[in-house]
Design a protein around this ligand. Structure first.
Ligand code: NDP
Length: 247
């Protein structure tokens, strides 16, 4: 699909992007802000979030919020506090892009490190559930909210040696579909899944160290889809999976 987002697509929207300090999340946060959104930047490394904050402010876009949070160790209480700050400051949340994740090792399950297994499942699946569950009341305050989950090709069809990363994405796709069904007739929240496909980031370079990065598309190329799904032009689209390479 060819989609050109209107410049004002996200004006007055309050959005939260996880993993907003780097890679696809960083570009998504900047792009959403450039289309008028107030973006809450959630991520692990505060300095990276501050850099994105500075870029957005320097460009004259709405002032973002910063929410440093290590999803590998986060307790529900910290997310609850974030939800309260969002409700107090903005009164609602219009969109949540679950983008943060970690790759873990590329290794056979038989030899997979047990602690690393738990960490990958925690960041890529448990934390995604906790954030969604605790931020739902704020999303319910929106007239038209978009909840977006980021998967991967190995989330649709698990592939050998992709370990807990594949398992977490597979589980997350199931969770997204349950949320889509459960919220469809009881809320103004639509729920969809994005598979970005091969994209030039740190994670891609770690997964494919022998690949020439110049052969892989950049996060900016994904933005028409990310804008379409976050803006009201996708109102009514629910429970769908979008492959950025063919939509
Ligand atoms: P990057 O590794 O470039 O960025 C990941 C982001 O997640 C970083 O901002 C990172 O923060 C954040 N993050 C990692 N761990 C935590 C944590 N414990 N707590 C909070 N934030 C954390 O990845 P991509 O941009 O490539 O990936 C974005 C999404 O797209 C992921 O869900 C990935 O699975 C998916 N994807 C990517 C593909 C690709 O080819 N790039 C292909 C298919 C799917 P920090 O930098 O501070 O660690």
């Amino acid at each position: 699909m060819l989609y050109e987002a209107p410049a004002e697509l996200l004006t007055n929207k309050i959005l939260l992007v996880t993993g907003a300090g780097d890679g696809i999340g960083r570009v998504a946060a900047r792009t959403y802000a450039a289309h008028g959104a107030t973006v809450i930047l959630l991520g692990k490394t505060t300095a990276k979030l501050e850099a994105v904050y500075d870029e957005i402010v320097a460009a004259g876009h709405p002032e973002p919020g910063i929410a440093p949070m290590d999803l590998a160790n986060v307790e529900p209480q910290a997310i609850q506090e974030l939800a309260e700050v969002i409700e107090q400051q903005y009164g609602r949340l219009d969109g949540l892009l679950h983008n943060a994740s970690i790759l873990g090792d590329r290794a056979p399950l038989e030899h997979y490190d047990l602690n690393l297994w738990s960490r990958v499942i925690q960041v890529n699946l448990n934390a995604v559930f906790m954030l969604t569950r605790i931020l739902l009341p704020a999303l319910r305050q929106s007239a038209q909210a978009s909840l977006l989950f980021t998967s991967s090709s190995v989330g649709a069809t698990p592939r050998a040696y992709w370990g807990p990363y594949a398992v977490s994405k597979y589980g997350m796709e199931g969770m997204a579909k349950l949320f889509a069904e459960e919220l469809e007739n009881t809320s103004n929240i639509r729920v969809n899944i994005i598979n970005p496909g091969a994209t030039r980031t740190r994670m891609r370079a770690a997964a494919y160290p022998n690949e020439n990065p110049a052969t892989v598309k950049v996060p900016e190329d994904l933005m028409p889809l990310y804008l379409y799904l976050m803006g009201d032009d996708s109102a009514g689209v629910n429970g769908k999976t979008f492959n950025a390479n063919s939509w």
